[in-house]
Design a protein around this ligand. Structure first.
Ligand code: F6P
Length: 323
């Protein structure tokens, strides 16, 4: 394969740039020409791509976001959109595509592969909800940002003897909330995989108050049914149940905007290099991800038809750990 393209799609994730850099430089190392597609699948449909040289990806390994831009393309979900994208790839004689992204992006990659085009996915999303990779690019950095927020909130919470409720991202997956909550010593963690009722959360907070704690921390996944709005409404009416006064913080996109840490730079570099190796060696229509410490491939069809399960063993320790 002499000419390949790379795109980033869906929500950006810290480390995407390190993955682009690895694809471009290892692709060049294998004698390939590497095209960068701007703005994900939208750019692919519009034929918005340019040849990237080794110097074009200088100085990006440490930067968050994606130098290629990203998008959530509705058009690519239609057959017409995908056929137009395919025409653009064929017109430039591009023989393979690397798609760096999460669930929606890999669904698009699978759809393109169904049209007979060789695709390799690179597991990247801060949500860590992608089947085929134990960790995805961006998770570790986002987790550390959430953790720093918890640590900071605990300081001010202790000064005022308050409870804080922090909402973290993750779409329908509780990974970021669970792991940041455990690492940050939260008194309660609310995730879609193990819903707590507002009464249960209030009771955990009350218990912390009666134990003489100076603060209580509740970490809430954005995808939980009993989300921040539900909990806030309940606590407004039942203030006396908590003991503590309560404040709320929504972390939002702050979690996505960080400089990638060492883990994400290394993971992204390994996955990007593996993606070009797969294309060069004719291993197509797979996702490259991290499984038990090794870089492994999973067929895209399996990736898009399976749901990754969250390991809940740490959740069962929350009550003991916050004693
Ligand atoms: O998938 C990554 C993610 O950050 C989710 O955690 C969040 O629900 C969503 O993207 C937000 O999407 P947008 O940036 O389009 O608002």
């Amino acid at each position: 394969m002499k000419r390949i393209a790379v795109l980033t799609s869906g929500g950006d994730a810290p480390g995407m740039n390190a993955a682009i850099r690895a694809v471009v430089r290892t692709g060049i190392g294998r004698g390939m020409e590497v095209y960068g597609v701007e703005q994900g699948y939208s750019g692919l449909i519009a034929g918005n791509m340019r040849l990237l040289g080794a110097r074009d990806v200088s100085g990006i390994i440490q930067t968050g976001g994606t130098m290629l831009g990203s998008a959530r393309s509705l058009e690519f979900k239609t057959e017409d959109g995908r056929l137009r994208a395919l025409r653009e790839l064929n017109r430039r004689d591009i023989g393979g595509l690397v798609v760096i992204g999460g669930n929606g992006s890999q669904t698009g990659a699978h759809a393109l592969s169904q049209l007979g085009f060789p695709v390799v996915g690179v597991a990247s999303t801060i949500d860590n909800d992608l089947y085929g990779s134990d960790m995805t690019i961006g998770v570790d950095t986002a987790l550390n940002i959430a953790l720093e927020a918890i640590d900071r909130l605990k300081i001010t919470a202790s000064s005022h003897q308050r409870a804080f409720m922090l909402e973290v991202m993750g779409r329908d997956c509780g990974y970021l909330a669970l792991m940041s909550g455990i690492a940050g010593g939260a008194e309660a963690i609310v995730i879609p995989e193990r819903e707590l009722t507002p009464e249960q959360v209030a009771s955990e907070i009350r218990t912390a108050y009666e134990r003489g704690k100076l603060h209580a921390m509740i970490v809430v996944a954005e995808g939980a049914k009993n989300n921040m709005d539900e909990l806030e409404a309940f606590f407004k009416v039942h203030k006396e149940r908590l003991g503590f006064e309560i404040r709320i913080t929504r972390l939002g996109h702050v979690q996505r905007g960080g400089m990638p840490g060492a883990f994400d730079r290394l993971l992204a570099t390994r996955l990007g290099a593996a993606a070009t190796r797969c294309l060069a060696e004719g291993q197509h229509n797979v996702l490259v991800g991290l499984k038990q410490g090794d870089i492994m491939t999973t067929p895209l069809v399996e990736v898009v038809t399976n749901k990754k399960q969250l390991d809940l063993s740490l959740f069962d320790l929350v009550a003991d750990l916050s004693r």
